[in-house]
Design a protein around this ligand. Sequence first.
Ligand code: URA
Length: 241
Amino acid sequence: MLRIDKYLTDCGIGTRSEVKKYIKAKQITVNGEIVAKPEQKIDENVDEVCFKGQPITYEKYVYYLFHKPAGCVTAKQDNVHKTVMEYFPDDIRAKDIAPVGRLDLDTEGLLLFTNDGPLTHHLLSPTHHIPKTYYAILDKEVPETAVELFKSGVDIGDDKLTLPAELIILPMSVNDAGDKMYSAELTIHEGRFHQVKRMFEAVGCTVTYLKRISMGTLTLGELQKGEYRKLTEEEVNTLQK
Ligand code: URA
């Protein structure tokens, strides 16, 4: 059993105060009866709830993939910068979604959002080791020795070496201005503070651009910066394994 106002916010109908307004305006019915107060209890598995005459389906947990642009912070609130939450409309935010892990202010790329606390906990737990792949542009050529070093663990100033990580040094290219461009892909299996930047610093390179391109089997695909999409059922099932 669940309070009707909680149920309606969980379904993304609106915020708590918006939902209260809908109830006051007699726009919510349960099994055909107008709901009189927000405290009314319903059985979400049995009762038919309608909003403006349309049946509502209950989704306890939601999962979104977001392409984070640079310049926004991975936080629910911030006094200076735009937050990642501001890219989601009110009805989705009303479901109490939060980012799974974080990307730096200047990092772009794949960020997962959900209100599934147990899954978030599972994905962030240090024992889970979900692989995360980053594309990095560096200020100078990455030494070949970094491949072996990253594979065996590198000292980035923490108590422990980093877990084995896979580094692919990409061929040097030249940008439109004629400057040499050094880049690499790095897959890590943990999520320490500024980890990728610190790993490259450990081999004498500074990251000038960073983008997370995958997390487990999830990739950005066609998703553009600032866009989000719902995960498919199959993607959610894979994450839960
Ligand atoms: N590692 C970093 O250094 N920054 C990020 O945003 C993510 C991983």
